[in-house]
Design a protein around this ligand. Structure first.
Ligand code: UDP
Ligand code: MG
Length: 311
């Protein structure tokens, strides 16, 4: 049977959210009167979510379970969802119900109008800490400025993608994935729909600070050389200061006879400062080299324990 809509939800320990996710998605999607499927990707859950997904799949053949061998991370889980979905329009949604399934209808309406990517813009966010709101807002603005790909501000992965887009995305097998950037990179006709992001239904966030930082650096390194250019700029600035400082020091010492810039403190500060700058530059280089290394190894993006046949 031909499937119109695939809904993908990545799941990492969302035991309490799965029943409501399923019932709300079902209600919304049944109201379209078109064939749909729900691809639930279990990203190495340990709280019983896996069995819940299996039970749902047994009860309802519209549920397609993809069970990972371990936790591979949110972006990889969504990627697996894209690999296993069969619909003409593919919707990515969080399993914690922060993205209301009802909004899918609005996304689908735009798709019917001919847009190939319909992303949902977080006009309002409920139940987030001020820290998350501030860092997220700064991050989206920073990445918008420093990358060539214009990734729409305040959008997450909640979006609808046409089959054409997913076809291209499935060929982009990069290891460090930033899906919202990748779908912007592809092009075609893209449009945003505003929505109110709710608070998490149950459980706690699966994105602690460490994962957030990694995600942000994947976004930046994946779409920009700006951090590498910073090292070049710093080098020019430091060299420029030195070129100006040398005659200045010589002049004050020789001509005015002042005992300027004497002592170990001056030397120490200069050495520490440039030592710091060099190490930071090395670290930035390392971020890119580490990612090159991961690509070169050519490992698969994820390992599945159970999954339906791909079509
Ligand atoms: N998630 C996942 N693997 C992970 C972390 C998160 O599959 O390693 C899923 C999680 O179950 C949820 C979605 O990704 O469905 C978004 O995660 P979360 O709600 O914790 O992030 P937040 O909304 O707090 O940024
Ligand atoms: Mg969430």
């Amino acid at each position: 049977m031909k499937i119109t809509y695939s809904i993908i939800a990545p799941i990492f320990n969302e035991f309490e959210n799965i029943p409501e996710l399923y019932s709300r998605v079902s209600e919304v999607m049944n109201s379209t009167g078109e064939p749909w499927e729900l691809v639930l990707v279990d990203d190495g859950s340990s709280d019983g979510s896996t069995d819940r997904i299996r039970e749902l799949a047994k009860k309802d053949e519209k549920v397609r379970p993809v069970i990972f061998a371990r936790n591979f991370g949110h972006q990889i889980a969504v990627t697996a969802g894209l690999d296993y979905s069969r619909g003409d329009a593919i919707v990515i949604i969080d399993a914690d119900l922060q993205d209301p399934p009802e909004v899918i209808l609005e996304l689908a309406k735009k798709w019917r109008e001919g847009y190939e990517v319909v992303y949902a813009i977080r006009a309002e966010r409920e139940g987030e800490t001020w820290f998350k709101l501030l860092t997220a807002s700064l991050f989206y603005r920073l990445i918008y400025r420093i990358t060539d790909v214009k990734i729409p501000l305040d959008t997450g992965d909640f979006r609808l993608l046409d089959r054409k887009i997913v076809g291209v995305m499935n060929q982009m097998r990069e290891k460090h994935r930033f899906l919202r950037g990748m779908s912007a990179w592809i092009g075609f006709k893209q449009v945003g729909v505003e929505y109110k992001r709710s608070a998490r239904k149950a459980g706690v966030t699966k994105y602690p600070l460490k994962k957030m930082v990694k995600f942000a650096s994947d976004g930046i390194t994946g779409f920009s050389y700006f951090p590498l250019q910073i090292a070049t700029y710093l080098g020019f600035i430091a060299a420029g200061v030195a070129v100006l400082a040398i005659p200045l020091v010589a002049y004050t010492r020789i001509v005015t006879g002042l005992h300027a810039f004497e002592g170990q403190a001056t030397t120490l500060i200069a050495v520490l400062f440039f030592g710091g700058v060099q190490l930071i530059s090395l670290g930035i280089l390392g971020e890119y080299i580490g990612r090159i290394y991961d690509e070169v190894k050519g490992r698969p993006l994820y390992v599945v324990r159970e999954a339906p046949a791909k079509e």
